[in-house]
Design a protein around this ligand. Sequence first.
Ligand code: CP3
Length: 329
Amino acid sequence: MRQAGRSLPEYRASRSSGSILQAVRDPALAAEITLQPVRRYGVDAAILFSDIMVPLAASGIEMDIVAGKGPIIQTPFRSERDLARLGTFHPETDAPYVAETVKILVSELSVPLIGFAGAPFTLASYLIEGGPSRSFALTKTLMRSDPKLWASLLDRLADMVLASLRSQVEAGAAAVQIFDSWVGTLSLRDYKTYVLAASHKVLTGLQDMGVPRIHFGIGTGELLGAMAEAGADVVGVDWRIPIDEARLRVPGRAVQGNLDPAVCLAPWPIVASEVRKVLADAKGLAGHIFNLGHGVLPETDPGILAEIVALVHEEGRADAEQDSFRTGP
Ligand code: CP3
C-alpha cells in the first residue's frame, strides 16, 4: 500500500514541518517511517520510505515536493542543453542515505523490503512538464518533435534508475518496484516506440541480481502486454480492469493489485465486499499479490486498512487450507 504512512497520525508527527526530501535524507527517520505502517497493519512486505524524485534531486536537479501537489522542478527540461544538467548518478556518493536506510531496515524488519524507483517515462514527464500534468502535452510534444533527444533523455534516466535500484538491492532490498505511474497516458504504439526500450534496459539490467521485479502504472490496461515484455516478473495494475483479465494480458507474470483506493473510504461492509471481489477475481491465478490499485488516499481511516489486511490474510489462509485439503499433504 503505497503512501500508507500518509493516513497515519504517527507519520504526520514524525514528518513535522520538514520537506519529504529532508526526511528521506535522514536514515533513522526514513527507517522509522517505513516501519510505521508495517507495525500497524501487519502487511507482508515493507516499501522503503523515499520518493521517485530522490535520484534526480540528488544529482542536482533543483526541485520542491509540494504537499498535496507533487514535485515542482525549478528549471524544466526543454532542450539538448538540459541534458548536460543531468549528471551521472552515483548512489554511493550522491545519495548514501538511501542505502543506509535500507541497511537499518533489513536489520529490523521481519518481512521483505521492497526498494523502488520511478520509471524513465514518469521521471521524464516531471522533468519536462516541471510538475504534475493532466495532458502531458509538453512531454508528448518533445517526444514526437525531437525523438533523438527524447531517446537520449530516457536512456540517461534508465541508467540513473538502474544504478539506484542496484544499490538498494546491494544494501539488502529483497524486491524492487518501478513506478511508471503516468505512462497510461500513451497509446500502445507510442509506448512501444518511445518508452519500452528504456524500461527494458532497467528491468533486464536487474536480472542478474535475482530479486523479483514489479512494474506498475495506472490506466495501463491497454499497455499491460508491452509492460510485461519490458521484463518484469510482476505487473501492477489499477482497478480499471479485473485482475484475472490483467493476468491474461501478461502471460507468465504474476499480478499485483487492484482494489480502488477510494473504496477504502466507504463503510466497512462495502469495503469487505469489494475486497472479496478482488480475491474472487484472483482465485486460482498462479501469482497474485493483493494491493491497492494506487496509493492510499490521505483521508483513509487507518482502522479500515488494518481490517483489510486482516481480511486478506484470513481469506488467504482459508484458500490455502482448502487447496491442501484438495491436493493432500
Ligand atoms: O508508502 C510510502 O510512503 C513509500 C514511499 C513512496 C513515496 N512516494 C513517499 C511520498 C513512494 C513509493 C512514492 C512514489 C512516488 N512519488 C510516485 C509513484 C507512485 C504513485 O503514487 O504512482 C510518484 C508519482 C511520486 C511523486 C510524488 N511525491 C507525488 C505525486 C506526491 C504526492 C503529493 C501529495 O502530497 O499528494 C509525492 C509526495 C510523497 N511521496 C508523499 C509520500 C509519503 C506525501 C507527501 C509528504 O509526506 O510530504
